[in-house]
Design a protein. Structure first.
Ligand SMILES: Nc1ncnc2c1ncn2[C@@H]1O[C@H](COP(=O)(O)OP(=O)(O)OP(=O)(O)O)[C@@H](O)[C@H]1O
Ligand SMILES: [Mg+2]
Length: 254
């Protein structure tokens, strides 16, 4: 199982949307995918699961040693995709992890239990840097950074890369950056080109070729609790997410 942490220090930069669309795209390619929702806003969970189907949530996985990870899976309607559902109650977990030896490695240890059962694991995270995001990065083989073409997103990008590089240096030397992807590119705004070229110049090894345009269908799909692949598979958003998924797969296989 290859684990990808979806991280971005600036909120609203489409972490949850890209996590879900990439997971769905991988499942349509026949891959087995686990989604772990580590964001207390639970957007990933709420977009694909109905509350009444959830038996266990990720906070329990992190602090309850008696709970097997596989017993915390919630099945989805997507072939081959399971979710460890999010929780809006992480403060107790963060406090409990605080007193734990090696608290940054708890998620990794838990996911190791199920790594033969999936091809990929995607971990959605919150924008604030806390021990849960550090856990996501320590459990991950790759960090993926979604970005918007708005100017201020570059600030979050610098902070995200700094956090990743500290985790790599201090805690998880094998962590790699999968890429920075513009998953909300406003093709009509002239500033967008400038933002992309600035990011490409400054972080040229990491900026991916694939771009997902700002697209109302992707928003509509999310409102309807669907990915763009289920909502309108012929839409340009689906074509662009598919290309991003292929690019990511080729980097991971290299
Ligand atoms: N390409 C797109 N075009 C238009 N809207 C989009 C696109 N991608 C995502 N959105 C919309 O943007 C909103 C925010 O996206 P999302 O919830 O994925 O961000 P996030 O980074 O997970 O936010 P947070 O930091 O709060 O967790 C959602 O309503 C989503 O439907
Ligand atoms: Mg989110």
């Amino acid at each position: 199982m290859k684990t990808i942490a979806v991280v971005q220090r600036k909120g609203g930069n489409r972490k949850s949307t890209s996590c879900l669309n990439l997971a769905r795209c991988l499942s349509l390619k026949g891959k087995k995918v686990l989604i772990v929702d580590l964001d207390d806003q639970k957007n990933s969970t709420q977009s694909i699961l109905f509350e009444n189907k959830i038996v266990h949530t990720v906070d329990e996985v992190l602090v309850n040693d008696e709970l097997f990870v596989k017993d915390a899976f919630t099945a989805t309607d997507w072939e081959g995709v399971k979710v460890i559902a999010g929780s809006s109650n992480f403060s107790g977990v963060i406090r409990e992890l605080d007193g734990e030896v090696g608290s940054h490695l708890v998620l990794k240890e838990k996911l190791d239990e199920v790594k033969v059962d999936f091809d990929f694991c995607l971990v959605d995270t919150s924008p604030s840097l806390n021990i849960l995001v550090v856990n996501a990065l320590c459990a991950a083989d790759f960090a993926f950074i979604p970005l918007s073409s708005k100017y201020f997103s570059l600030q979050g990008l610098g902070q995200s890369l700094e956090s990743i590089s500290k985790v790599k240096k201090r805690l998880s030397p094998d962590l790699k950056i999968l890429g920075i992807a513009f998953v909300i590119y406003d093709a009509r705004a002239s500033l967008s080109k400038e933002v992309v070229s600035k990011a490409s110049e400054e972080y040229k090894d990491y900026v991916l070729k694939s771009v997902v345009n700002q697209n109302v269908r992707i928003e509509e799909a999310q409102t309807a609790r669907m990915t763009i692949f289920d909502y309108k598979s012929t839409d340009n958003g689906a074509v662009q997410y598919e290309a991003l998924c292929e690019e990511i797969l080729s980097i991971m296989e290299a």
